[in-house]
Ligand binder design. Structure first.
Ligand SMILES: Nc1ncnc2c1ncn2[C@@H]1O[C@H](COP(=O)(O)OP(=O)(O)OP(=O)(O)O)[C@@H](O)[C@H]1O
Length: 324
């Protein structure tokens, strides 16, 4: 279990102070697979670095399985595995095997068990042929895989994974999802996971917290999040003609909360443009749009389920409104 209470953190650079986290409260149940979602600069990495002891907090408290991270960092380190998108935690001048050996001894894994796990992890991540290669000569994806192997080497109770699949190819990422799901379900490992790939979060995480400008704005399962923002619905629309012209016409309509242009497949686009609209009521928006655009222009219109990206967008909009 990860308990985060009223955690704040600011950074001072010269005369500038950035409030990266402002009173973050977050409770992650034992054995849960929890997503932390937010745009660039929202505070995700800062929070994860605080939990794993790479950054100090200004105020607040973090406890992992009941242990206070500031009072007993050594005990926490043994039960915690983490991987960050930067190269923190990997020794570039050591080879892959030496890195894993070093970390397994640091975490108190016996040499015999470490030998077995290193072989298994290097095998799983397809790095066995590169085991003697210096990490500084690894590709971006290989480093990302080794960071994950390092996080898993001591079978931690709690895993903090900050964009773990960033730089990893599609096929390896699919294998990693299966591995992480298995670890979570079979070993009961608690996982805190960040990613900019919303599909990844949707597929893996039982619960999601949305962080924006250093504050947690919303949390729950994806269906709970959808329910919390249920005053918003999604309408997809296809029109024939110029997208700038349509955007100008659609944006000011009173029932449109947001409009996003979507990429159309160039093979069959033939000046067809697609938009996704966030609206308070899909059926009334659809009938008003049908009235506004004639058959000549309107190619298709239909309601859709709110996805995680819509939840994120709407929640951030609320956050900005509350802050202003
Ligand atoms: N070492 C630092 N010095 C100064 N400011 C920092 C430092 N680290 C983070 N920040 C600032 O704190 C805020 C939160 O950054 P953080 O890296 O936690 O965001 P993030 O949600 O992880 O973003 P991303 O998705 O881009 O990784 C940002 O405004 C960032 O500029």
């Amino acid at each position: 279990m990860i308990e985060i209470r009223a955690v704040s953190k600011s950074f001072e650079t010269g005369k500038n102070v950035t409030q990266a986290l402002s009173g973050v409260d977050l409770m992650i149940e034992k054995g849960s697979f929890h997503g932390l979602l937010g745009v660039n600069g929202a505070g995700k990495t800062t929070l994860i670095k605080i939990i794993c002891g790479l950054l100090s907090l200004d105020s607040g408290q973090v406890r992992i399985n009941g242990i206070d991270i500031t009072k007993n960092p050594k005990a926490v380190r043994r039960i915690l595995g983490f991987c960050n998108p930067d190269n923190m935690g990997l020794y570039l001048r050591l080879n892959a095997e030496e890195n894993l050996k070093f970390f397994s001894s640091l975490y108190g894994v016996s040499p015999r068990v470490a030998y077995r796990r290193i072989n298994a992890l290097l095998g799983f991540f397809g790095l066995e042929k590169s085991r003697k290669k210096l990490v500084k000569d690894f590709s971006t994806g290989m480093k990302a895989k080794l960071r994950l192997a390092k996080a898993l080497i001591h079978n931690p109770d709690v895993l903090l994974l900050d964009e773990p699949t960033s730089g990893i190819d599609y096929f390896s990422a699919q294998d990693i999802y299966i591995l992480l799901k298995g670890i979570n379900e079979e070993l009961g490992t608690t996982i805190l996971y960040t990613s900019h790939h919303l599909k990844e979060i949707e597929e893996l995480c039982q619960k999601v917290s949305i962080i924006h400008k250093g504050k947690i704005l919303l949390e729950g399962s994806i269906s709970e999040l959808n329910r919390q923002i249920r005053k918003t619905e999604v309408v997809k629309i296809k029109l024939k003609g110029d997208s700038v012209h349509f955007k100008k016409q659609i944006r000011p309509l009173p029932y449109i909360l947001d409009i996003q242009e979507e990429i159309t497949n160039s093979d069959n686009s033939d000046d067809i443009v697609s938009f996704k609209l966030l609206v308070p009521d899909a059926s009334s928006a659809i009938s008003q749009i049908i009235e506004k655009f004639g058959k000549e222009e309107l190619v298709g219109i239909w309601p859709e389920e709110c996805g995680l990206e819509d939840v994120l967008k709407i929640t951030m909009g609320w956050g900005d409104l509350c802050a202003s």
